[in-house]
Design a protein around this ligand. Structure first.
Ligand SMILES: C[S@@+](CC[C@H](N)C(=O)[O-])C[C@H]1O[C@@H](n2cnc3c(N)ncnc32)[C@H](O)[C@@H]1O
Length: 371
């Protein structure tokens, strides 16, 4: 029997168009609440998400986790689980509760059916409601199963120890939307290219700038592999410090991987402007066995030098979204720099910070090119 996708939040209305009635026959799922929220201000830790996908693989039917999305959603839905899987899930440190949700199938149209699911979830779980509300303010791209299958970490040869969760990247891109849809994205500290993966999956142009030649090279390997896996034909050009991937699709998409210093970012992308810059700022902690030598630069100085460059590369009204570590860079410093370089902060009232480990307290700031 075909299994339905049950999704959280925003997506209730999207679903109505997205899935045909024939997919909506089942009326029970499991969903997890992991990590209690206080006042809906929580954010999901990235490792736990990866863990869950790794554990359940294709059994994860839908993940309603615009994880940094204010005010936070923390529901994972899974299809029928075996008793063993339930036990295993109960042992996962981040799963606080597992619910079995059942609802009556109605005969009078899909809309009612999804309303019924939403109602059930709301009764159990008030953050779900908050999530629904948040969708009124910001477009959220749904996470779907095919995406999860393509993006799982095992699919790639090279994983940076500092590699970010694909969910975080997706959520950052969601936050980078400022009215009109994003079609060109730059990650000015791109690591192994996680941002590019998301651009490929969204069918938009993407670019990364990364100081480490090794990471840039591996990023190119990863993107080559992803395009291959998705059977997207492409041609590749390699210049001195730049890999260029042009898809042979209509319209053609371009993925650039540039090896260089973000403090001179505008020199590498002359004549180009992007809708959004999203980046995962160095966290200032040893990541795995990473051996690449980095210039010892104070993070505030690094950001101070980078911001004017980033601004030049943004279209008017475009947004920058940065994830950074509060233990190595103070929020006040970031906010001062944003002001100094005349950006306008967005979502200022929302706490997007999350303690990831004893060394990383991740925060996210969003700001717009105001002039
Ligand atoms: C937290 S990692 C980004 C990880 C990336 N999101 C990923 O998934 O692979 C930060 C990256 O910034 C890069 N970086 C540090 N200083 C830089 C600079 N001045 N210019 C460009 N990249 C820089 C580091 O080499 C590192 O790969």
């Amino acid at each position: 029997m075909p299994r339905p996708y049950v999704v959280g939040g925003t997506v209730v209305s999207n679903l109505l168009n997205r899935y045909s009635l024939s997919l909506m026959l089942m009326c029970s799922v499991y969903y997890f609440r992991y990590k209690k929220l206080s006042n809906h201000r929580g954010v999901i830790g990235v490792i736990s998400e990866t863990e869950l996908v790794n554990l359940l693989g294709s059994r994860v039917m839908q993940i309603a986790t615009p994880e940094i999305y204010p005010p936070g959603s923390i529901v994972w839905h899974a299809g029928d689980l075996t008793p063993n899987e339930i036990q295993t899930c109960q042992r996962l440190p981040f799963v606080s509760e597992i619910f079995h949700l059942e609802w009556a199938e109605k005969q009078d149209g899909s809309e009612n059916r999804f309303k019924a699911v939403a109602k059930e979830l709301r009764q159990d779980y008030d953050a779900f409601l908050a999530f629904l509300e948040s969708a009124d303010h910001q477009l959220v791209t749904i996470l779907d199963r095919s995406w999860v299958e393509v993006i799982v970490p095992q699919a790639f040869d090279y994983q940076s120890p500092a590699r970010q969760s694909p969910y975080l990247i997706r959520a950052m891109l969601n936050l980078g939307e400022s009215g009109s849809s994003i079609t060109q994205v730059l990650d000015p500290m791109g690591g192994y290219g996680q941002t590019l993966f998301e651009c490929v999956l969204r069918g938009i142009d993407g670019a990364t700038l990364e100081i480490s030649p090794k990471a840039s090279h591996r990023s190119a390997d990863n993107i080559r592999k992803l395009l291959g896996r998705l059977q997207i034909p492409f041609e590749e050009h390699c210049e001195e410090n730049r890999y260029l991937f042009w898809t042979e699709t209509s319209p053609r998409r371009c993925y650039q991987i540039v090896n260089g210093d973000t403090r001179r970012a505008d020199q590498y992308f002359q004549g180009q402007q992007f809708d959004s810059l999203i980046t995962d700022f160095p966290y200032g902690v040893q990541a795995g066995a990473r051996t690449e030598k980095m210039q010892p630069t104070q993070f505030d100085q690094l950001l101070d030098s980078a911001l004017p460059n980033w601004k030049n590369l943004l279209k008017p009204g475009g947004r920058v979204v940065i994830a950074y570590n509060l233990y190595t860079l103070a929020r006040e410093t970031v906010l001062k720099l944003i002001e100094k370089h005349r950006f306008r902060q967005q979502f200022a009232q929302v706490d997007l910070s999350e303690r990831i480990s004893d060394k990383i307290h991740r925060d996210i700031v969003v700001f717009e090119k105001a002039e």
